[in-house]
Design a protein around this ligand. Structure first.
Ligand SMILES: [Zn+2]
Length: 137
């Protein structure tokens, strides 16, 4: 949204798809809420970037997500639930997000996330992250 080429400190949400949250309105995860809050914050700022990555189930895919449900319902955290059913804790890849931001030509971004670890992950991929703005209203 808006003209972000050459801009600094632009709000940016790098969002991984979630069939449960986005298609079925699941309340077992906050994916949908995270996206709606990000859209609202960007709208209020008048500009920003949302990058949608097809990384269902922390990059493990739909099958892993479905297999992990029983463990999650027993109170196992998502990352451990993926491991319990034979997948990686987190198989996401942010290379494409970095490529997209470079293509857009934005100078620096402020990540819309509640996950401080995402800053380090994206910085490792060459993205100039100046900070985070929590996705809470
Ligand atoms: Zn979700």
């Amino acid at each position: 949204m808006g003209d972000v080429a050459g801009e600094e400190d632009v709000l940016c949400r790098v969002h991984s798809s979630c069939i449960f949250g986005h298609h079925f309105n699941s309340i077992e995860c906050d994916c949908r809420e995270q996206m709606e809050i990000s859209q609202q914050l960007i709208q209020e700022a008048g500009k920003g970037i949302i990058i949608w990555l097809e990384q269902e189930g922390k990059g493990n895919g739909h099958f892993a997500l479905l297999k992990s449900v029983d463990y999650k319902r027993k109170g196992v955290a998502q990352a451990e639930a993926y491991e319990a059913v034979g997948f990686k804790r987190d198989a996401r890849d942010y290379t494409q997000a970095a490529d997209i931001l470079n293509e857009i030509g934005v100078k620096s971004v402020r990540m819309l996330t509640n996950n401080i670890n995402k800053v380090e992950t994206l910085t490792q991929h060459g993205i100039n992250v100046v900070g985070i703005k929590p996705t809470k209203l």
